[in-house]
Write a protein that binds this ligand. Structure first.
Ligand code: NDP
Length: 379
């Protein structure tokens, strides 16, 4: 890589943010952090800011402006707070923006970064699920580059790097199946928050870990893939692959398949985006081919994982349904993590919200998407 890349990380205190910063820590001569952001974890953000010395540290919740300012007093790091401050930072030109806020809360900065024509390493799948129909045309207009760092999408992105769109026959994302893959439906009724937070292969933030356990995550990923790769629902699918070694496959019209393999470590796709269009060397644990490598595949059991089924239905529908699905799921996951509803109630909550029908808002603008999202949450 030539020269230092300036980089802004939205969600620096989270799991993806942490993996990104661990790679930057390994390459102090290749990256200059421009801005780091968090929601409420001002102490975590202050610690990272003192280590990485970005020009800006932004906390989304304004209640934490004062303690963050005090923690960074005399450092020269500019502190800001609030939703508008996040949007302002997204407009400031850098070489790479890492969008790693969880949930639709990350949509506003992603939208602004797209409008500003930035190169965006996108982890925040909820932004594309809710607003892909506006984000993708806006990116084409502004020249913004979207580099997916969700591991499956990054895998497909790599497989398609030198391929023509018209040759694609199928795109398949793999899914570990989460911690409850082998449980019966009756057993799943009894699972605890602690069990649902134990992902067998990946270490991630709480929301995506629960989404992986319900397999809503894979459904959201299918919708994300439809927007990223401009493909209709018919060409997209997911299969269970418990080892999480193979992340994505593309089938072509001539019968060939390309697949991407790698260890289950988010630093693999993140390093790809950090290095893009080149490759960034790091201390990645190699895949071990010296002993037998098992790759199992199975179809997804949609009866056991109704969230996956709901997301697939929504993928074939209108954009408003994806916004409703996403908002209802965010609310239901928060309720589950709070102990208010059971694990299997998450799907019921999402289904009931979708079936409640027309919310009277056409999601034809960024503001309308946020209005519909708010409406669902209020109900
Ligand atoms: P975490 O929960 O670990 O981190 C979320 C980050 O977003 C934190 O920095 C948090 O700040 C910040 N944040 C949360 N809410 C808000 C808000 N309302 N406004 C501003 N900032 C906010 O999440 P993950 O890192 O696991 O996931 C981030 C995104 O990446 C998700 O969309 C997820 O689906 C996607 N993803 C994650 C993967 C993973 O391995 N973790 C894999 C693939 C995709 P604070 O710390 O202050 O709360």
């Amino acid at each position: 890589m030539t020269g230092k890349k300036s980089i802004t990380i939205f969600g620096a205190t989270g799991s993806v943010g942490g993996s990104t910063l661990s790679l930057i820590r390994e390459h102090p001569d290749s990256f200059t952090p421009h801005a780091l952001t968090a929601h409420r974890d001002y102490q975590g953000l202050a610690k990272l800011a003192l280590e990485f010395k970005p020009a800006h540290a932004v906390i989304a919740d304004e209640a934490f402006y004062t303690p963050l300012s005090e923690a960074l007093a005399g450092t020269g790091i500019r502190v800001a707070a609030g939703a508008q401050a996040l949007i302002d930072i997204a407009a400031q030109k850098v070489d790479l923006i890492v969008a790693a806020i969880v949930g639709v809360a990350g949509l506003a900065p992603v939208w602004k970064a797209v409008e500003a024509g930035q190169t965006i390493a996108l982890a925040n799948k909820e932004a594309l699920v809710s607003a892909g129909h506006l984000i993708m045309p806006a990116a084409r207009k502004s020249g913004a580059n979207l580099l997916p760092i969700d591991s499956e999408h990054n895998a497909i992105f790599q497989c398609l790097r030198h391929e023509s769109h018209e040759h694609i026959e199928r795109i398949i994302l793999t899914a570990s199946g989460g911690p409850f893959r082998e449980m019966t439906l009756a057993e799943m009724q009894q699972v605890t928050i602690e069990q649902a937070l134990q992902h067998p292969n990946w270490s991630m933030g709480p929301k995506i870990t629960i989404d992986s356990a319900t397999m809503m995550n894979k459904g959201l990923e299918l919708i994300e893939a439809a927007w990223l790769f401009d493909e209709g629902a018919k060409k997209l699918d997911a299969i269970i692959h418990p080892q999480s070694t193979l992340h994505g496959l593309v089938g072509f019209k001539d019968g060939s398949w390309l697949a991407h393999l790698g260890i289950a470590d988010m630093r693999v796709p993140i390093s790809y985006a950090l290095g893009w269009p080149e490759r960034l060397a790091w201390q990645a644990q190699p895949l071990d081919f010296s002993s037998a490598l098992t790759l199992d595949f199975a179809p997804v059991d949609e009866t056991k994982f109704p969230c996956f089924q709901l997301a697939k239905q929504v993928m074939a529908g209108v954009p408003e349904q994806a916004i409703i699905l996403n908002a209802a799921n965010e609310v239901a996951v928060a309720k589950f993590l709070n102990g208010d509803i059971g694990f299997c109630d998450i799907a019921g909550h999402v289904r009931a919200t979708l079936e409640a029908g027309d919310y009277g808002i056409i999601a034809d603008s960024f503001e309308a998407i946020l209005a519909l999202d708010r409406e669902i949450r209020q109900r």
